[in-house]
Design a protein around this ligand. Structure first.
Ligand code: BES
Ligand code: MN
Ligand code: ZN
Length: 502
C-alpha cells in the first residue's frame, strides 16, 4: 500500500472514506472529529448521546455522509481511555482499521494522525506507528493460493495533518514506518514459506536477491567453504539432510572504520528434531525455525534503505535438521570452529549447534556488539508465553539498548538472568560441553551454551521461540509469522549509529 502525508482539512478530503477518532467518555467531540460532526449536523454527538458510539478501544463505527462532505463515508475509531493511550495502541488501531477497510472493499482512505499531539504522545512516533500498523496489518501470505476469495488490496492511505509546519516531519516518520514494516513483512514471507520451498539454497537466493536490490554486500558460503572454515558443529546438524547447508552473510557499510554490529540469526529451514525426533503435534511450527535468520536478513533490508551511520554484518547458518542414515546421533561429538568439542546429547537442540559456529565466525570478523536471534527453546514460552521474547546478556549497557529499541518498536522483551551457577547445566563427561541436559532453566542453559563461543565480546541472545508466530489476527499481528524482532533490530542499529556502545 502507498502511504502519504498531506496537509489540509480532513473534512474536505476527496476519498472513499475518512477516519476520525474518539476517546472514551467524550460527549462533545473536538478537533477533526468535531469538524466532521458539525458538517454532519451533529450526527456524531447524537450517536454518542444515544450510546451507540462510546469511544471504546477498537470500536469502529462507519457512517455515510450523504453529500454533506466530499467523502461518502466516515469511520469513527474508538481510542479507549485517554489516560491509557499509547503509541503501541496507535499502531494496533491503524492495523485494525486497515483490515476493516479491506473487509469492506474500500481501496483508499484518509486518516487523521491518531495520537499525534494528543494525550502527550510524540507526533512523529504516532505517524510512524500509523504507517507501520497499516502495512503490517494488511500483510497476507497468499502466494500459494490459486483461488483467494479474500483477495482485495487497499491501495493507499493518506495521513492528513492540518498544521502545515508539521507535514514534512510526519512525512519522514511515515516513510520510516513503511520501510520497517515492509522489512518485517519480508521476514514474515520467509518464515511463512513451507520448508520444501524455502530450502537453505532458496533462503540464500532470496537474501542475495534482496541484497542486490538494496545495495548490500552479500556472500554465500557453500558446504565446501563451510567445511574449509572448520564449522564442524554447523555441519553436524546439516549432515542428515539431502539439502546442502548455506552460510549467508550480508554486509552494510555506513559507519566508516568502526566495528560492525553483528546480527546472527538461526536459519533452520525445517526442524524435525533429527534422530531425537519431535512428536507430530509440535512439528508443524518448525517451518518457522529460521525466523531468527529471516529477521536479521529482513532488518538488513530496512537498514539498507534507512542508511544509518553504522556498519552491520548479518550471518545466518542455514540448514534443515533431519533424521537419516547420515544424521548426527545422540552422544556424537562435534568440533566447532574455535576448537571446542560438543557432545550432542539431543539432536533437537540443533539451533545452538549452528549458532556456535556462526558466533565463532562473528568473533573472527571482529563484529561488536554481537546480537543473535533464534527460535531456540520451547522453554522460553513456558517462562514468557507469547507476549515477550527473552533477552540474555552479561552486558547491562547492551540490554539497555535492546530494551529501548524494543519498547519503541512495541515488540516486548524481558531479560533473564545469567548467574554463574547455571553454567553447570552444559557440563559433559566426554567433551568440552554438551548441547542439552538438565530439566530446568532450558532457555538459560541454551544462552550459556552460546556464550562459550563469543569470548568476552559484548553480546546478547534473543530467544524468540514464544513470539515468532501468532495464531490470530490481532493488532499488527496477522495469523502466521510475526516478523518479530525485525523492528527492534532496526531501531538497535539506528541507536548505535547515533551513539556507539561505550
Ligand atoms: N526450534 C526448537 C525450539 C522451538 C520450540 C521453537 C517450539 C518454537 C516453538 C529447538 O530447536 C528445540 O527443539 N529446542 C529443544 C531443546 C531441547 C532439546 C534441549 C526444546 O526446546 O525442546
Ligand atoms: Mn530443535
Ligand atoms: Zn530448532
Amino acid at each position: 500500500m502507498r502511504v502519504t502525508v498531506e496537509s489540509g482539512d480532513i473534512t474536505k478530503a476527496e476519498t472513499p472514506c475518512i477516519v476520525v477518532n474518539l476517546f472514551e467518555g467524550v460527549t462533545a467531540p473536538a478537533g477533526a472529529t468535531g469538524a466532521v460532526d458539525r458538517a454532519l449536523d451533529g450526527m456524531i454527538a447524537e450517536l454518542i448521546a444515544a450510546g451507540d458510539i462510546r469511544g471504546k478501544s477498537g470500536e469502529l463505527t462507519l457512517l455515510h455522509t450523504f453529500g454533506k462532505i466530499p467523502s461518502p463515508r466516515v469511520l469513527i475509531a474508538g481510542l479507549g481511555k485517554s489516560s491509557e493511550f499509547t503509541v503501541d495502541k496507535v499502531r494496533d488501531l491503524s492495523a485494525t482499521i486497515a483490515r476493516y477497510m479491506r473487509g469492506r472493499r474500500i481501496a483508499a482512505y484518509a486518516t487523521i494522525a491518531h495520537g499525534a499531539g494528543i494525550a502527550g504522545l510524540d507526533a512523529e512516533a504516532c505517524a510512524q506507528a500509523i504507517a507501520e500498523g497499516a502495512v503490517l496489518g494488511l500483510y497476507r501470505f497468499d502466494r500459494h493460493k490459486k483461488i483467494d476469495d479474500d483477495a482485495f488490496a487497499v491501495e493507499s492511505m493518506s495521513i492528513v495533518e492540518n498544521d502545515n509546519a508539521k507535514t514534512a516531519t510526519l512525512e519522514r516518520a511515515a516513510e520510516r514506518g513503511v520501510i520497517v514494516a515492509e522489512a518485517a513483512n519480508f521476514a514474515r514471507d520467509l518464515a511463512n514459506e513451507p520448508g520444501n520451498v524455502l530450502t537453505p539454497t532458496e533462503f540464500a537466493a532470496r537474501a542475495e536477491a534482496m541484497a542486490g536490490e538494496f545495495g548490500l554486500g552479500c556472500k554465500i558460503f557453500d558446504k565446501a567453504q563451510i567445511t574449509e572454515m572448520g564449522m564442524g558443529s554447523f555441519l553436524g546438524v546439516a549432515q542428515g539432510s539431502a539439502q546442502p547447508p548455506q552460510l549467508i552473510m550480508l554486509t552494510y557499510r555506513g559507519g566508516g572504520e568502526s566495528k560492525p554490529l553483528g546480527l546472527i540469526g538461526k536459519g533452520i529451514t525445517f526442524d524435525t528434531g533429527g534422530i531425537s525426533i519431535k512428536p507430530n503435534e509440535g512439528m508443524q511450527e518448525m517451518k518457522g525455525d529460521m525466523s531468527g535468520g529471516g529477521a536479521v536478513i529482513a532488518a538488513m533490508m530496512a537498514i539498507a534503505r534507512l542508511k544509518p551511520k553504522v556498519n552491520v554484518t548479518a550471518l545466518v547458518p542455514a540448514t534443515e535438521n533431519m533424521p537419516s542414515g547420515t544424521a548426527v546421533k545422540p552422544t556424537d561429538v562435534l568440533r566447532a570452529m574455535n576448537g571446542k568439542t560438543i557432545e550432542v546429547t539431543n539432536t533437537d537442540a540443533e539451533g545452538r549447534l549452528v549458532l556456535a559456529d556462526a558466533l565463532c565466525y562473528a568473533i573472527q570478523l571482529d563484529l561488536s556488539p554481537i546480537v543473535d536471534v533464534a527460535t531456540l527453546t520451547g522453554a522460553i514460552s513456558i517462562a514468557l508465553g507469547n507476549v515477550a521474547y527473552g533477552v540474555f546478556s552479561p552486558s547491562d549497557a547492551l540490554v539497555d539498548r535492546i530494551d529501548a529499541a524494543s519498547t519503541a518498536a512495541g515488540e516486548k522483551c524481558w531479560r533473564l538472568p545469567m548467574f554463574a551457577e547455571y553454567k553447570e547445566l552444559n557440563k559433559s563427561q566426554v567433551a568440552d560441553i554438551r548441547n542439552s541436559g538438565a530439566r530446568g532453566a532450558g532457555s538459560i542453559a541454551a544462552a550459556f551454551f552460546l556464550r562459550e563461543f563469543v569470548d568476552d565480546r559484548p553480546w546478547a541472545h534473543l530467544d524468540i521461540a514464544g513470539v515468532d508466530f501468532s495464531d490470530a489476527d490481532k493488532g499488527v499481528l496477522v495469523k502466521g509469522s510475526s516478523g518479530i524482532p525485525v523492528r527492534t533490530l532496526v531501531n538497535l542499529a539506528l541507536g548505535l549509529a547515533e551513539s556507539p556502545l561505550a
